[in-house]
Design a protein around this ligand. Structure first.
Ligand SMILES: [Ca+2]
Length: 489
């Protein structure tokens, strides 16, 4: 894909751009460069927005944004937990390569991020809300404010100097547990529709209603940020990307799993005059593709970037690819496969290592559980009241008993046809009819693991060495065991 045409020569740039850009790729003219607004939910299942088909959730601001955007229906996170997925989104590197693969993790020293790269070409880069990444040197943002509800702080950041382009990340804490915020009066537990992957009982209903209220709280934050951009007259020159982050923490809500509920993302991209409103693409893409895309949109060639972190073959470029061509309607293809990993060691209350890897094409998914002899048990799922209520109900419900058991015990291989089975419920791994598909996917997964330097179990057992000290703005409920509980900010 071609980079955007550059207008004026570097001489025309303000002094702060020239000074910052000395060791970086040549910066294009300021007027040609868009602002970037990246908005990140926290533990939001892709189906739980009005615009993605949830009949109960009230999300008018996100729904409106979606109607003005391209719906990126093939977006995936390479990790179904908060910290590694954010590292991938910001660095353009898959989790094991960057070292940021367990939860509460950090990238290897020297790794650079989209904040580094855009700052180097003169952007003002800021983040508001949840951080949950490290080390600090990798993420040289201006911390706009700790509170994602503070729209005044956000407005100040985006309006401070209109001659300087900016990247602003709104990283919400909603709808991550505890589900204490938002307009609970909008959701009657008795009346909401229960998604097919959840067991219907009173505990599920009560929690689902509380979770939905927090989605509406998130929606209010999104609306306030979009309004601040609109009020400052910058909408036309701002590329907005909203992402749902990863699945919800309900059993089978997707978080902590490689099922589509965990890794498939609701993603909407708006850029007036460039991206066709109300359009959609099924092109497979991943969070690692976001930094190269932003850079290309800013007129920087992403293939020339040094990420500061080589892969297993010594290459220092992004794992990600620019999907600018998809956004501009020039192509509907980016990748043949998407990948993800899940590391259990280091997750709050985990009992045994339970590493998972996956590769998915447009239709099929292969999951490998690298320690299937172990029991999958973490506090967030199996220690929670919802799971316990399901376990209790399962005593008189054999089908539910199977589903509950699957949350703890899985075979070494799982294969799903997502076209026929969107919630990864029917494992086809032992069906000889799918042997060729399984072999093809397995080969792609092996190649990805080799490129990442992913040795499987040794990587899992080394996870704690990749965890940092507790971040000042992560969710307390998500913190490692023993770190205490509290209300999120
Ligand atoms: Ca999360």
């Amino acid at each position: 894909m071609k980079t955007l045409a550059l207008g004026a020569a570097a001489l025309a740039l303000p002094r702060w751009v020239r000074a910052a850009a000395t060791s970086a790729p040549a910066a294009p003219a300021a007027g040609a460069r868009p602002n970037f607004l990246l908005m990140i939910a926290d533990d939001l299942n892709l189906h739980d927005l009005g615009c993605t088909g949830n009949v109960d959730v009230k999300s008018p601001n996100i729904d409106r944004l979606a109607s003005e955007s391209m719906n990126l229906r093939g977006m995936f996170t390479p990790a179904p937990t908060c910290s590694p997925c954010r590292h991938a989104l910001y660095t353009g590197l898959y989790p094991i390569r960057s070292g940021a693969y367990p939860n509460h993790t950090r990238a290897y020293d020297g790794t650079r991020s989209i904040f580094t790269h855009l700052k180097a070409v003169g952007y003002r880069v800021g983040l508001q809300g949840k951080t949950h990444v490290g080390p600090k040197e990798t993420f040289p943002w201006e911390y706009i404010n700790s509170n994602p509800d503070n729209s005044e702080a956000f407005a100040k950041f985006v309006t401070r100097d209109k001659s300087q382009p900016w990247l602003a990340v709104l990283a919400s804490h909603d709808p991550h547990t505890p589900w204490t915020r938002g307009p609970k009066n909008l959701y009657d537990p008795a009346k909401i529709k229960i998604p097919p992957y959840l067991h219907d009982n009173a505990v599920t209903r009560k929690n689902l209603a509380d979770y939905y209220a927090e989605i509406t709280q998130l929606d209010t934050q999104v609306g306030a940020c979009l309004k601040a951009v609109e009020d400052s007259g910058q909408t036309a020159n701002t590329l907005v990307l909203f992402v749902s982050e990863q699945g919800s923490s309900f059993p089978y809500g997707g978080k902590w799993s490689l099922y589509d509920n965990g890794i498939k993302i609701a993603a909407f991209a708006r850029w007036p005059g460039k991206i066709k409103p109300g359009s959609s693409s099924d092109a497979l893409m991943q969070y690692v593709d976001v930094p190269p895309t932003f850079l290309e949109a800013a007129g920087v060639d992403p293939t020339k970037i040094d990420t500061g972190c080589p892969d297993a073959t010594g290459k220092r470029g992004f794992d990600g690819l620019s999907f600018l061509g998809v956004l501009l309607g020039k192509t509907d293809h980016l990748r043949d496969y998407v990948f993800a990993q899940h590391t259990t060691v280091g997750i709050g209350g985990y009992k045994q290592p339970y590493p998972m890897r996956t590769v998915r094409d447009a239709r099929y998914k292969l999951v490998r559980n690298l320690a299937p002899q172990n029991t999958y048990w973490i506090a967030g799922i199996h220690g929670d009241a919802i799971f316990k209520s399901w376990e209790k109900d399962a005593a008189n419900d054999p089908a539910l008993a199977e589903r509950v058991k699957w949350l703890m015990h899985r075979p070494a291989e799982e294969l799903y046809d997502l076209q026929a089975d969107p919630y990864d419920m029917k494992n086809l791994a032992d069906d000889p009819k799918y042997a060729d598909i399984k072999a093809r996917l397995g080969k792609a997964l092996d190649a990805w693991m080799a490129q990442q330097g992913d040795t499987g179990m040794p990587i899992e057992m080394n996870a704690k060495s990749r965890q940092g000290k507790s971040d000042e703005n992560e969710n307390p409920a998500d913190a490692p065991s023993g770190a205490g509980k509290g209300k999120k900010k």
